[in-house]
Design a protein. Structure first.
Length: 320
C-alpha cells in the first residue's frame, strides 16, 4: 500500500475555453470538478494503475466535505483530518485552440498546531502498513517550511520510505532529510540548485547536486519527458526518457501522474528503464484528457513503445 499526503487539498475546477483571452467574456465548452491537490492527484493516478493507495491530509469546511464526497465517488480510499479552516478551490482554464492552460489558486486554510499533530498521529498509524509515503504539494499558511523534512525524518526512524514533490524552501529542507525519491519539475529543480538548465551537462550537474543534498533518487520532469538519477545497490544511473510526439490537450497534473506511474512500476519490480518508460507514457496519456491526473491506463500502455530511454551522457563524452 502507498499513502499520499495532501496538506493543501482543494476542489479543482477545470474549464475548457476555446480561444481564451484575458479581459474578455467567455463561455466554457466543458467543465470538470473533482478533488485535487498534488497528493490527491497522485492517489488518483495510482488507483488508475491498480495500486492500493490511501489518501490523507487536511480538509475543512464545506469545501472539505465536497473533497471527501468527490473522493468517495471515485472510490479512492481516504482518511483525512478535519480542520476548522476552509479548504481552497482551484480553477484551471484550458484553451485547446491555443494549447495553453491558466491556473488560479486560492490561498487555502490557516492550520493550527493541534490539527497538524492530529495529522502526524494519523500518518504514524497509516504508514505502519505502507511501502511508501508520498508528500506532495504546497503547505498551507502557518505550517512551518520544515514540516515535510520532519515527517520524512520520523518515517525514516521507522524504516518507511518517503517521496517528495513540492517546491521552494519546503523542497530544499525536505531533500536534506534524505527521502527515497524527489520529483520536481524543471522549474522547481532550477530553483533548488540555483541555475537554469540549457543542455545535458546542466541536467547531469543538477541531478548530482540534488542527490548530494540528500535525495537517493531524483526525477525531473520537463517538456520532453524527464531526466533521472536512480540508484540500485551500489550503482548510479543517469537516464533521459523522451515522450512520443503527440498533440496535448492539457498538461495539468501530468507531473503527478509521472511520479505515480514510476512508483507503481517500481513497486511491481520493474527495471529503471521500464519504470521510466511507464512513467513518461502515463504522463503523456494524461495530457490527452482534461482534468488533473486523469488518463486511460490502456492508452498509457500503448504509448510505452514510443518512449525513448537512454543514458544521459556528459557533453564531453557524447561529442566523441
Amino acid at each position: 500500500m502507498i499513502v499520499t499526503v495532501t496538506l493543501n487539498a482543494a476542489i479543482d475546477r477545470t474549464l475548457t475555453v476555446p480561444n481564451f483571452q484575458r479581459g474578455q467574456r467567455h463561455r466554457a465548452s466543458a467543465g470538470i470538478t473533482s478533488a485535487g491537490g498534488k497528493g490527491i492527484n497522485v492517489a488518483r493516478a495510482l488507483k488508475t494503475l491498480g495500486v492500493p493507495v490511501v489518501a490523507t491530509g487536511l480538509v475543512g469546511g464545506q469545501t472539505g466535505l465536497r473533497i471527501i464526497e468527490s473522493l468517495a465517488a471515485e472510490a479512492i480510499l481516504n482518511d483525512f483530518v478535519r480542520i476548522e479552516g476552509e479548504s481552497r478551490t482551484s480553477t484551471a482554464v484550458v484553451d485547446p485552440t491555443g494549447g495553453t492552460h491558466t491556473e488560479i489558486y486560492e490561498w487555502g486554510p490557516a492550520v493550527r498546531r493541534e490539527e497538524l499533530e492530529l495529522l502526524l498521529e494519523k500518518l504514524h498509524y497509516l504508514s505502519q502498513g505502507a511501502e511508501l509515503v508520498v508528500f506532495a504539494g504546497s503547505l498551507p499558511r502557518d505550517v512551518a517550511d520544515d514540516f515535510y523534512a520532519e515527517a520524512i525524518h520520523d518515517l525514516a526512524r521507522r524504516h518507511v520510505l518517503a517521496a517528495l514533490d513540492c517546491e521552494g524552501e519546503p523542497m530544499r529542507l525536505g531533500v536534506e532529510a534524505e527521502p527515497f525519491l524527489v520529483s520536481p519539475n524543471q522549474r522547481e529543480a532550477e530553483g533548488l540548485v540555483g541555475q537554469e538548465f540549457h543542455d545535458d551537462e546542466d541536467f547531469r550537474l543538477a541531478l548530482d547536486r540534488i542527490a548530494e543534498l540528500g535525495a537517493r533518487n531524483v526525477l525531473v520532469s520537463n517538456e520532453s519527458g524527464c531526466v533521472a538519477l536512480l540508484r540500485e545497490e551500489r550503482s548510479v544511473r543517469r537516464l533521459r526518457a523522451v515522450a512520443p510526439g503527440i498533440e496535448p490537450v492539457s498538461s495539468v497534473g501530468s507531473g503527478d501522474v509521472l511520479l505515480a506511474a514510476f512508483v507503481a512500476a517500481r513497486s511491481h519490480g520493474r527495471t529503471h528503464e521500464e519504470s521510466l518508460r511507464a512513467a513518461v507514457a502515463a504522463a503523456t496519456a494524461s495530457t490527452l484528457e482534461v482534468g488533473a491526473a486523469r488518463f486511460d491506463a490502456r492508452q498509457a500502455g500503448r504509448l510505452q513503445a514510443g518512449v525513448e530511454v537512454s543514458e544521459l551522457q556528459p557533453v564531453a563524452e557524447s561529442a566523441v
